[in-house]
Design a protein around this ligand. Structure first.
Ligand code: COI
Length: 349
């Protein structure tokens, strides 16, 4: 599984302003490419970051065969760089590809490509700032044909960008009971482009009303919380961490999985189960302390300071002593090498 490497002799890194940048606007110097043709992935290569050449008939542009992942590489306190849980991301990538009738990527190719690329781009991760390297693997259908069909040709690309905080401040959300993100049996658990594009309209309306994000509810009854599109949702109610159980309409978040594991390791009660907005309202109305937060690769742990349910605003607990901050610190400590990585999540390059 040889990967040809063509180095870019001009890095944009030294001119990059780490103190003032927007997420996803600055690609690093190289990207990985491979093409699928006649049943095989071939021509694996790392090249200077460049634009694609694509037929206007490329099937991805018309019928949405595009799948992506989002993952991160971190620099530890001792300077070593690792990729966080690449195998877990690889499994999810292939689940998404399968659901979209796209060819799987072998684990060896996925991991080798990531290692080679991150080795070349690791100087983009500063030692002294809260900046990681966001890695975006994606596959899209390139076959030029307007007929509605599963494509025969694809490109697999991995690109990287520096990343600070996706949500720099606690967020205000609303529970959405009109629009639907994903229905049972659909593609909600898949990281396909269409899931995100379809959420834009309701999210835009919510933003105009002063919300940062939507919490989606189930498509059948609109009573049960699902996820927020850019992150899974978790609730801390009394001494129990509760998160909606995975289904065909919820993304199997790697951060979700990691936080559940950390909470269980700490001896906390964790429940993966249906949680209705009514249960949340009852808890708020009873005066209970309710913590609500999103978890995701980009979002990490994003506290919710305000939630609107059926037109009524409630204020989750976001003070310093909140459990979610302990969970966040525990995750950061593993990534930074300050705590033992008992589950071997850090994949050093
Ligand atoms: C991620 O957390 O990696 C995501 O894909 C969410 C968003 C940046 C699209």
């Amino acid at each position: 599984m040889a990967i040809d490497i063509h180095k870019n002799d001009q890095s944009k890194q030294s001119a990059f302003n780490y103190d003032d940048f927007n997420f996803g606007t600055q690609p690093t110097d190289h990207l990985f490419l491979s093409e699928y043709d006649h049943g095989n992935w071939r021509s694996h290569r790392i090249v200077p970051t460049q634009h694609f050449s694509l037929s206007p008939f490329a099937l991805c542009l018309h019928y949405g065969q595009t799948v992506f992942e989002g993952m991160k590489a971190f620099r530890q306190d001792n300077g070593k760089v690792h990729i966080f849980r690449p195998e877990k991301h690889h499994q999810r990538f292939n689940r998404s590809l399968e659901r979209m009738c796209m060819p799987p990527i072998e684990k060896e190719l996925f991991i080798n490509a990531l290692e080679e690329l991150v080795r070349l781009e690791q100087h983009w991760i500063p030692q002294d700032k809260e900046v990681s390297l966001y890695i975006r693997p994606f596959v899209f259908a390139t076959e030029p044909r307007l007929g509605v069909k599963v494509a025969d040709n694809y490109t697999f690309c991995i690109t990287c960008t520096p990343m600070g905080l996706y949500y720099p401040k606690p967020v205000r959300v609303k529970v959405e009971t009109e629009y639907v993100r994903a229905a049972e049996g659909g593609v909600g658990y898949v990281k396909c482009g269409g899931n995100y594009g379809a959420a834009f309209y309701p999210t835009q309306q919510a933003k105009e009303q002063g919300f940062d994000q939507i919490i989606w509810t189930d498509a059948k009854t609109h009573q049960f919380l699902e996820e927020a599109g850019t992150m899974n949702m978790m609730v801390m109610l009394k001494d129990t961490l509760i998160t909606p159980r995975l289904s065909t309409s919820i993304l199997d978040g790697v951060t979700r999985n990691s936080i559940i594991q950390i909470a269980r390791d700490k001896g906390m009660n964790v429940e993966e189960r249906a949680i209705s907005y009514q249960e949340l309202e009852d808890a708020f109305n009873a005066g209970n302390r309710v913590e609500l937060f999103g978890v995701g690769t980009a979002a990490v742990i994003s506290p919710v300071y305000s939630i609107q349910i059926q037109g009524k605003d409630y204020s989750p607990y976001i003070e310093d002593g909140a459990i979610m901050f302990q969970l966040k610190t525990a995750l950061e400590n593993i990534r930074k090498g300050r705590a033992k990585d008992t589950h071997s999540w850090n994949h050093f390059i």
